[in-house]
Ligand binder design. Sequence first.
Ligand code: OAD
Length: 241
Amino acid sequence: MNELKNAARLMAQASQVAVLTGAGISAESGIPTFRGLGGLWNGRDPMSLATPQAFAANPELVWEFYNWRRELVTRAEPNPGHRALTKFASNLTSLTLVTQNVDRLHQRAGSRDVLELHGNLFDVRCTGCAQTFDSVGKTLAPLPHCEACGQLLRPGVVWFGETLPPDVWEAAETAVRHTRLLLVVGTSAVVYPAAGLVATAQGAGSTVIEINLEPTPISDEVDLVLQGKAAEILPLLADLL
Ligand code: OAD
């Protein structure tokens, strides 16, 4: 409890806050994380499902994986962790929400202007004309094609080996450089460049607070660690702010 109060005090003092979220914040919504037991990459090879090469070699398999994830996420609901972040916004001068998640649960909880570093499962993009289509509420064919030019569509997510959307990345880096506190929630902090935002924040003199079930590679480097479930800790923090 003391650590929670300490975290709330640091956040209130900083007043300009950035939040970086990962799969752990959606765990209580029933969406599996990536790493570890029961994780999406446990027993699956990311290189055969989440790379441009995998898509070129077997688009049906890749689409099967992403259509399954789209269905899973569509059935899921935002949890108290997602909702607590929308409350933070009203008690701080500024709050920038940066996520590695592709599930859109932050937006469904009511967060605005979310910086999606890895894209999302619902904007699908044409491999030919590069147009993006909103597929929310739509069932896609096993191998969907572009309504405009007939070429194959691809999931609008960032795959391993691809660059992040430059405008989103620039906005995230700028926000992290100009805020005074970074809250890192539910990420293993091993996937770059996203994980590098922690060092960027520290380099700019920001306080860093981590919320995670388990220790991560950044736990020893940050100013404060709150160990536990994001869906439990974030609402308590929102109440204290
Ligand atoms: P990971 O699966 O790597 O890590 C999830 C983190 O959440 C772990 O550190 C867990 O300890 C923690 N965690 C699990 N349940 C939690 C809970 N209820 N509350 C708080 N923390 C919890 O997921 P990410 O770090 O998001 O990228 O993975 C980063 C990127 O790797 C993803 O965006 C994805 C993946 O490959 C791409 O697909 C490009």
